[in-house]
Design a protein around this ligand. Structure first.
Ligand code: FSX
Ligand code: SF4
Ligand code: SF4
Length: 318
């Protein structure tokens, strides 16, 4: 214990936490795959020194609020610690107390005060049809403010944007076949509007809370992480699910599940999209590390740009 304390003090005296140890923390090690180590006191020290100065404004467009809920369900670290010790969340319509005009003034006021230094988290797609009328996020001076307005006004002022969830990243469910709202992901919206603010995509329907918190902390501390060809941090989305799935030996042997309740066997004949999906669910797991989709069902490829149309049907009876 005494040695640990000394180590901690040494770490704090140096830089709080090194880039290498931070990376190790968020990518997981043999000992622990979560980001609970993010809360090790040395890192908290580093974070409190720096990150508190960078407000996070979380806005919601066309989504189901599942992305906020996934963050609120974070147990490792607990959500209270995330909000109090890791990020300075200044606006989120689901959890904030203020509402109406006061909330909108707060949103715009912080964006003004911290221009170029705040992170904008976008949850849900942006409906561009009909001049943005499909998604009104608030009012100021008796004038409706649409998601399109907020993105046009705050997008260029943000230091960085985190597109949280497949809807915000690529359009997702709101952009599926039959969509009449012009639902668009952040990168495509920015491209069309000529907005140059860097965007990091954190897809998933919803995304894992570790992917959100880990990317946000990385962004605030070290800048834009290494991204793959579709804008996702390779830290979390760099590996193929099928290649790493514990059921691969069964796939190779042709031992296939006939039903979802079959505890053994590969799920490929039931519609598993693991072979075309890139994320670390197989090792990170969900629900506090309890299980993941392939344990009880199939991977439906929820992190991929072509979700949901390109991966439908999700389930195929064998
Ligand atoms: Fe989309 Fe967020 Fe899917 Fe829902 O709001 S990513 S519909 S789980 O949660 O935007
Ligand atoms: Fe691949 Fe899915 Fe089979 Fe796992 S269950 S081996 S991810 S096809
Ligand atoms: Fe999404 Fe597949 Fe991961 Fe499940 S296993 S969360 S469907 S990427």
């Amino acid at each position: 214990m005494k040695d640990e304390q000394q180590l901690l003090e040494n770490q704090q005296e140096e830089t709080g936490v090194s880039r290498r140890s931070f990376l190790k923390t968020v990518t997981g090690t043999a000992a622990g795959i979560g980001i609970s180590q993010v809360l090790n006191p040395a890192l908290i020290y580093a974070l409190e020194k720096g990150l508190k100065k960078h407000p996070v404004l979380w806005i919601q467009g066309q989504g189901c609020t599942g992305c906020s809920v996934t963050l609120l369900n974070s147990t490792s670290p607990p959500i209270a610690d995330i909000l109090l010790k890791i990020i300075s969340l200044q606006f989120n319509p689901t959890v904030q107390v203020s509402e109406g005009e006061m909330a909108m003034e707060n949103l715009y006021g912080i964006a003004e005060e911290y221009e170029g230094r705040f992170s904008l988290v976008v949850e849900g797609a942006i409906p561009v049809a009909e001049n943005g009328k499909y998604c009104i996020v608030g009012e100021m001076d008796h004038k409706e403010i649409s998601m399109v307005d907020v993105m046009k006004q705050l997008g260029p002022k943000a230091g960085s944007v985190l597109a949280v969830g497949t809807c915000a990243a690529y359009g997702g469910i709101p952009a599926a076949q039959g969509n009449i709202t012009g639902a668009t992901g952040v990168m495509d919206f920015f491209k069309a509007e000529g907005i140059k603010t860097p965007v990091v995509n954190i897809p998933g329907c919803p995304p894992h809370p570790d992917w959100i918190v880990g990317s946000l902390v990385y962004l605030l501390k070290d800048g834009i992480p290494k991204l793959d060809g579709v804008g996702r941090p390779t830290l979390f989305y760099g590996e193929n699910i099928h290649d790493n799935c514990p059921r691969v030996p069964m796939y190779d042997e042709g031992e296939l599940s006939n039903t979802l309740s079959d505890p053994k066997g590969c799920r490929v004949d039931l519609g598993c999209k693991g072979p075309e999906t890139y994320a670390d669910c197989y090792k990170r797991k969900w629900n506090g590390g309890l299980n993941w989709c392939v344990d009880n069902a199939v991977c439906i490829g929820c992190v991929e740009p072509h979700f949901p149309d390109g991966v439908s049907p999700f389930y195929e009876p064998a």
